[in-house]
Design a protein around this ligand. Structure first.
Ligand code: UD1
Ligand code: CA
Length: 462
């Protein structure tokens, strides 16, 4: 195989998105669309990957700062796709082999399709190979005009006449080029067209005129090469990604009651016999074990769930770990950094932040636990609040194994509740409680007999 280089075009303004955000950073199923393109491209194992940026170049560069080995080339001003590729010329001085040209706004292209493109291009010894697709609605795309079997040229939608617009074969905007002679040819492309831009697809007619070999590779699944130019197309492409992900999960043994309303990001993993109810979002790097039940309205982000975990309706869970046989919700908010150990239970209207709930412990109602470590077999009563913030910094609360926290307790951190200790209802805990002790802070109750009648009398008088 010859040397392989990838260039991705991402300098355009994306006018039709009507957005302050660069087009390639708009998310498709949770990931910026450019990340999908980079994922497919990486599977080719290219010798170099060059991104052409221009409009909001800094924002794009910053968003991709964690990618090693990306070369950024700035195209300024943006004079069209041929001009965009031409700006990378200095990066390819003396380079040989194959250049694969990808579009930052065509995110569904699979690694397999790219590999086939390269294989076909190289085995045919072509100067250029164009990826095409047959579609029902070719509007907006460049049309492939053939002379007999061979591709003759590509005409952009805006420049096409009625007969050309009726052509159903479109240019995907993805190509393989022999690097040899490519940049010299790009320099010969003119901008006499509806947009006054230098069109990369014009290289086809140019090469044919020079008698150079131009091949085509028509993808079997036209969905793969859908481009995103508007919010409507963004939604359409996102829907395809979600459908594919849901189908993969179902094929692997996950029940998805309503795939149309189930949003699972590409890197999420779910084990077999887990049941996902309608309206669930599983996002980021989330992993879910086997036999779990995720009820409607749950949103789970960057979290790990063990086996047989139950997430009841309308929970929001971020960066947390929930171990085997635990349950959460309904209406619980696990903000981040929480560990719910095996068989532990979190109930309704409970907020947790950096809280660890030990094995078999329960916090069932109306509670806030922040910066808290709870041991095993602990019962946290309704309305328990850790007062973890003293106005300056966050303080730690520790509740040891087997403790019983009565309802409406406030724990003023830093504080430790010893093993097996009891806290009476309505206690404000300001000091550590030794193991086995009972803590109460409320004063003795006072009853004032006849108080209600007395008050009534006073009121009628005045
Ligand atoms: C392009 C093709 C069209 C094809 C379609 C497939 C051209 C002229 N037309 O049209 O034949 O059917 O893709 O999706 O190439 N870009 C730059 N610099 C520029 C202009 C564009 O980097 O000066 C980038 C854009 O950011 C985008 C890509 O190139 O990522 C394609 O540009 P876009 O304007 O979206 O082209 P289309 O009209 O979709
Ligand atoms: Ca486009």
């Amino acid at each position: 195989m010859a040397d392989l280089h990838v260039v991705i075009l991402a300098a355009g303004k994306g006018t039709r998105m009507k957005s302050a955000l660069p087009k390639v950073l708009h998310r498709v199923a949770g990931l910026p669309m450019i990340e999908h393109v980079l994922g497919a491209s990486a599977a080719l194992g290219p010798r170099s990957t060059t991104l052409v940026v221009g409009h909001q170049a800094e924002a794009v560069r910053a968003a991709l700062s964690t990618h090693p080995g990306l070369t950024f080339v700035v195209q300024e001003p943006q004079l069209g796709t041929a001009h965009a590729l031409l700006t990378t010329e200095p990066a390819f001085r003396g380079a040989r082999g194959t250049l694969v040209l990808l579009s930052g706004d065509v995110p569904l292209l699979s690694a397999g399709t790219l590999k086939t493109l390269v294989d076909r291009h190289e085995s045919a010894g072509a100067s250029a190979t164009v990826v095409t697709a047959i579609v029902d609605q070719p509007d907006g795309y460049g049309r492939v005009v053939r002379a007999g079997q061979e591709i003759a040229r590509i005409v952009e939608h805006r420049d096409a006449n009625e007969a050309e617009r009726a052509i159903g074969e479109i240019n995907a905007g993805i190509y393989a080029f022999a690097i040899d002679g490519l940049f010299a040819a790009l320099g010969a492309i003119a901008s006499e067209n509806a947009q006054g831009e230098y069109y990369l697809p014009d290289i086809v007619a140019l090469y044919r005129k020079r008698g150079l070999g131009v091949g085509t590779f028509t993808v079997a699944d036209a969905n793969e090469i859908k481009g995103i130019n508007s919010r409507v197309e963004l939604a359409a492409v996102s829907r395809i990604v979600r459908q594919t992900k849901n189908q993969t999960l179902m094929a692997a043994g996950v029940t998805i009651e309503d795939p149309a309303t189930t949003y699972v990001d590409p890197y999420v993993e779910v084990g077999p016999d887990t049941v996902i109810h309608p309206g669930v979002s599983l996002e980021g790097r989330t992993t879910i074990g086997t036999g779990c039940e995720i009820h409607s309205g749950a949103r789970i982000v960057d979290s790990t769930l063990g086996d047989r975990v139950i997430i009841r309706n309308h929970c929001v869970i971020g960066s947390s770990t929930i171990e085997n046989d635990a349950s959460v919700g309904p209406f619980a908010h696990l903000r981040f950094g929480n560990v719910i150990a095996e068989r532990a239970h979190v109930g309704n209207f409970v907020e947790l932040k950096k809280a660890t709930l030990g094995p078999g412990s329960k916090s069932m109602h109306l509670t806030y636990l922040g910066d808290t470590t709870v041991g095993s077999g602990v019962n946290i009563g309704a309305g328990t609040i850790t007062c973890n913030y003293d106005g300056v910094s966050k303080q730690q609360t520790t509740i040891e194994d087997g403790a019983f926290v009565g309802s409406d307790t406030q724990l003023i951190a830093p504080v430790t509740v010893g093993k097996g200790a009891y806290i009476g209802t309505g206690t404000t805990v300001r000091e550590d409680i030794p193991a086995g002790a009972l803590a109460v802070s409320a004063g003795k109750q006072r009853n004032i007999p006849g108080w209600v009648d007395e008050r009534k009398k006073k009121r009628t008088k005045s």
